[in-house]
Write a protein that binds this ligand. Structure first.
Ligand SMILES: *Cc1c(COP(=O)(O)O)cnc(C)c1O
Length: 415
């Protein structure tokens, strides 16, 4: 492994090896992370990275596309077929550029756009102030109902009628429930907005039939390829045929230069994998594991935002347990359990030490963990919160976690 890298750059080689070990030894609860297969890893590290291919298959600005064109065509066809989309663009460098391409295709600076507020679970690129999408456009934000912590669809509809955004965005980065894509579709139709769904977090669940699909309802669906979909880091845009031309132009030459062909290859492979029965079973297991984990955590006295989960993700408000998000996430990491701290809806605390942590089951499910492991995990999470300052106890938990992980090898990581 890494024989050339070790010779050329032992420092980087060492860090890669240590990171590999770390990814093996810890339980990844970060809901946006996963383990790609060895096949996806292989293609991502090939000579495809050497090739320039600005343009689209059959219409490139560089020669020598005999093999790049078929790779991109395969990725496009597989994306269309997996999600039942009329058209697909697989070139966005990641999720954020995919979203930006949609803004560029349909909006001009100053135009009104509407998305879910970041502190209610939306993404930066849905019009948050520090993002270019909030700075260059006029963002209107909907959010959650103060009691149910579900999306307040009535308030969203009222806001949309009042502000008539050009672009209406559904989708979230920290929302544990199923989003009613139909309500958004009806609102978008009523006010004549372009309806975009950002399914970055749930794309794999949608592909595997474990979550309703927004694809038949939305004008445009954007996604990352590296979260539940379990591909390389990248982005995709699925769309109705009528929007294809605008989106193609917005991605290239509007926003990007040459596509990352090694990533396109990895996306093609991941999409092939995602069309298998194994992947369908995986997607359902992700949701089942999240439900089990949520039940176990509730039994142990953890307070879950909205009371539970319908998808791969759980938001925990830890303030009732006498701590806050940042120190708890830090203690979990010392105990070999990796997650991120997160605001909870209507959080009175600041974003750098909010009230909650965000966890999810995509990565551990890729390792084959199931119901018994969810019970064990909830137990560890309880022990960590009871022993947050006790480094010896955290170390003991880390050793137990490592032992469990040894029995559940992660895809792509040699043992
Ligand atoms: C992760 C995420 C993105 C951004 O993806 P990057 O690849 O990190 O740019 C966009 N939207 C949503 C909803 C996400 O969860």
């Amino acid at each position: 492994m890494l024989e050339h890298l070790k010779q050329v750059d032992p420092e980087i080689a060492e860090h890669v090896q240590l990171e590999t070990q770390r990814q093996h030894d810890k339980i990844r609860l970060i809901p946006s992370e996963n383990y790609v297969s060895s096949a996806v890893l292989e293609v991502s590290g090939t000579v495809l990275t050497n090739k320039y291919s600005e343009g689209y298959p059959g219409r490139r600005y560089y020669e020598g596309q005999q093999h790049i064109d078929p790779i991109e065509r395969l990725a496009i066809e597989r994306a269309k077929s997996l999600f039942g989309a009329e058209a697909a663009n697989v070139q966005p460098y990641s999720g954020s550029p995919a979203n930006l391409a949609v803004y560029f295709a349909f909006c001009r600076p100053g135009d009104t756009v509407m998305g879910m507020a970041l502190d209610h679970g939306g993404h930066l690129t849905h019009g948050w102030g520090v993002s270019i999408t909030g700075a260059y456009f006029n963002p209107v934000r909907y959010g959650l109902h103060p009691e149910t912590h579900l999306i307040d669809y009535d308030a969203m509809r009222d806001l949309a009628r009042k502000h008539r955004p050009k672009l209406l965005i559904a989708g979230a980065t920290a929302y544990p429930r199923i989003i009613d894509f139909q309500i958004f579709a009806d609102v978008a139709k009523e006010i004549g907005a372009i309806y975009m769904v950002d399914m970055a977090h749930i794309a794999g669940l949608v592909a595997g039939g474990a979550h309703p699909s927004p694809v038949p309802l939305a004008d445009i669906v954007t996604t990352t390829t590296h979260k539940t979909l379990r591909g390389p880091r990248g982005g995709m845009i699925l769309m109705k045929k009528e929007h294809r031309k605008s989106i193609q132009k917005a991605v290239f030459p509007g926003l990007q230069g040459g596509p990352h062909n090694h990533t396109t290859g990895g996306i093609a492979v991941a999409l092939k994998e995602a069309a298998t029965d194994d992947f369908r079973a995986y997607a359902h297991k992700v949701v089942e594991n999240a439900r089990h984990l949520a039940e176990q955590l509730s039994e142990k006295g953890f307070k879950l935002v909205s009371g539970g989960t319908d998808n791969h993700l759980i938001l925990i408000d830890v303030t009732s347990r006498g701590t806050t998000g940042k120190p708890y996430a830090r203690a979990l990491d010392l105990a070999g359990i990796e997650c991120n701290y997160n605001t909870v809806p209507f959080d009175p605390r600041p974003p750098f030490d909010p009230s909650g942590v965000r966890i999810g089951t995509p990565a551990l499910t890729s390792r084959g963990m199931g119901k018994p492991e969810m019970a064990q995990l909830a137990d560890w999470m309880h022990r960590v919160i009871e022993n947050q300052e006790n480094e010896a106890e955290l170390g003991r938990i880390a050793a137990e976690v490592k032992e469990l992980c040894a029995a559940f090898p992660a895809p792509g990581i040699p043992r």
